[in-house]
Design a protein around this ligand. Sequence first.
Ligand code: ARG
Length: 461
Amino acid sequence: MSAPAKLWGGRFTGATDPLMNLYNASLPYDKKMYAADLEGTRVYTSGLQKIGLLTEEELSEIHRGLELIKEEWSQGKFEEKDGDEDIHTANERRLGEIIGRQIAGKVHTGRSRNDQVATDMRLYVREQLGNLSKILKDLIETIVKRAESEIDVLMPGYTHLQKAQPIRWAHWLSMYATYFTEDFNRLQQIIERVNVSPLGAGALAGHPYGIDREYLAENLGFTGVIGNSLTAVSDRDFVVETMFWSTLFMNHISRFSEDLIIYSSGEFGFIKLADAYSTGSSLMPQKKNPDSLELLRGKSGRVFGSLSGFLMSIKSIPSTYNKDMQEDKEPLFDCLITVEHSILIATGVISTLNINKAKMEAALTMDMLATDLADYLVRKGVPFRETHHISGECVKLAEDENLSGIDQLTLEQFKKIDSRFGDDVKDVFNFEASVERRTATGGTAKSAVLKQLKNLKDQLN
Ligand code: ARG
């Protein structure tokens, strides 16, 4: 008997519309998962042998065939054929060619592409997220190192993009290292939820030959099995979570990039990107554009699009498997590669940019110490609400008198506003002193920033 062109061809008599074949095929993109698919089949067939559905000899033939197929894929020698709908059918077809259909035809006993694809996806995502964890850790360590070595540099801290209070440049770096460490921790939690096994759930109703699902799970490195077969085949929450994680992470990357774009503008001049991460203008010879950062910012939109698009695809599909779910792959894969490249680019940018300490410090202005002026009186026992008002009057007077800053007011002028000002008020007007007062946990004093950096390193180890 000649093999049917399609795995499910038995009940079909009419030919498929050629465009339908194209429309239906996922091989062009799901072949990325070839190794996961072969590994799933390797363990699944061991499970079949364990319950007497394959002999030892059949199993070793199957495993030999799977090895050969893996080599073909990894060497780019796998020949795709018409009728290879997806990676699962392609691998099974090829196995039949290598070891004969008599044995290969037993591989899919009790298994469905529904539990198969869910298994492959989880194996693939687990591996990818493991890789993202590694490079994300590198990014964080790069930022932390930079912060440690540039701990002495001060710059303006902003709210509403208006100069607010002096901070350490290392404190700014530590902010993003903190975000990214949260992302790292969140990623570990997601990996735990990804890492459970749907294999052995069958098409939906469960396995008819009593396969040992715990055995399958353990041998695939999963920490447990999904407890309901209907859930096992229909659940794509791990895909959504991965894309949500990617979206949130890219949001952080986008804000990080936006800050650096602003800091690299001529008006700010705090940082200068390395040539490796900038490009020129085709028209204006003087331009050096922060394209790397703009792409990091721009790609955050694309990743969010992947998440929202897929959520729309699955929001009202009935239980359990529906072909809509095949739409998980392209956005997910695009998300994963975009995030991977973004992490690597961000690491490159931050490890190669130069800072301009003089410009950062020159951007500090005396009005940024108005809060410190209020705090000065607080230390003399005046309620903060009152000192806030008094400091505001000082700012106004300096402005009215066209002075360059509140530090230029004379002691008489201070005293006229409030008699509790003393000669020591001049000590307020020192940026380093302002920064160094913020020693409480999380603050911008050197000791506090170093503590943050140490804490981040501890979390990563
Ligand atoms: N290529 C399919 C997917 O990615 C595999 C599962 C197909 N299952 C089915 N019953 N048609 O979702």
